[in-house]
Design a binder for this molecule. Structure first.
Ligand SMILES: Nc1ncnc2c1ncn2[C@@H]1O[C@H](COP(=O)(O)OP(=O)(O)OP(=O)(O)O)[C@@H](O)[C@H]1O
Ligand SMILES: [Mg+2]
Length: 225
């Protein structure tokens, strides 16, 4: 499975989600390649911290690939592993578009803030342009950095739910210090001690939500063919 984590808003949590997903898959016994497709190289930094923390036992293969030919590189890498997770930058880049032509799933985190939600239309337009090249791409939105208080999370969820271009999955990730702390050591939140049970449950639920959405989409495709 090829997962691309993207969107066109900086700081929505793409790298946090991509690295936590990669680590989660590793703990499922999957052979994973984490691709850094962002010139900022945050996923690469994460891997460097991980290298130090785990004395080189990364658990996944880290690769930096950017540019128009990213899809060709990913196609070759996909024959050598179970899953690929691609972390893209916070803009509409050639790398992100190239990644979307070869991915199975497009994951777009949204922080429940107005400036973030305003980028939904742009994400929808991007998807509309990419779909002809990859009609089977499953595009999913979800909330990241949800605050425990306030109703902005619900308002954001309602706006995301309305989209016909992207499917909203109701598996929010909370705004939790453990995500930042884990990342500073190059770890996924499922790996840190003391265990943040809520964060672990959220990552598990998000993973299951993605798998369910994939199953539903495959069933739909079968019934229409
Ligand atoms: N669920 C979360 N809880 C707490 N902090 C978070 C969460 N998600 C992301 N962050 C923090 O928010 C900041 C931005 O996150 P991240 O780097 O993952 O975003 P990004 O979308 O990859 O940014 P960029 O667009 O620059 O690539 C980081 O400091 C990260 O630790
Ligand atoms: Mg990033």
């Amino acid at each position: 499975m090829i997962y691309t984590v993207g969107g066109i808003k900086g700081g929505s949590g793409k790298t946090t989600i991509a690295t936590n997903l990669a680590v989660y898959l590793v703990h499922q016994g999957r052979d994973v390649i984490l691709i850094d497709a962002d010139d900022q190289e945050s996923a690469t930094d994460f891997t460097s911290f991980r290298h130090q923390t785990l004395s080189g036992e990364l658990g996944y293969t880290a690769v930096k690939v950017t540019g128009r030919e990213l899809n060709a590189n990913v196609a070759r890498l996909a024959t050598k592993c179970d899953d690929i997770v691609i972390d893209t930058g916070g803009r509409d880049t050639v790398s992100q578009r190239s990644a979307l032509t070869i991915s199975h799933v497009y994951l777009v985190p949204f922080a429940p803030r107005s400036l973030d939600i305003w980028t939904l239309r742009k994400v929808e337009n991007l998807i509309t342009e990419v779909m002809p090249f990859n009609p089977n791409l499953v595009c999913l939105t979800f909330i990241n950095k949800a605050d425990a208080r306030g109703n902005y999370k619900e308002e954001t969820a309602d706006l995301l739910r309305e989209s016909t271009a992207v499917k909203f999955i109701d598996n929010p990730i909370g705004n939790r210090i453990s995500f930042a702390n884990a990342a500073a050591s190059g770890l996924g939140v499922i790996e840190i001690k003391p265990v943040d049970e809520k964060a672990v449950a959220e990552v598990t639920d998000l993973y299951n939500g993605i798998q369910n959405a994939m199953k539903i989409s495959t069933k739909k495709k079968k019934s229409t063919t």
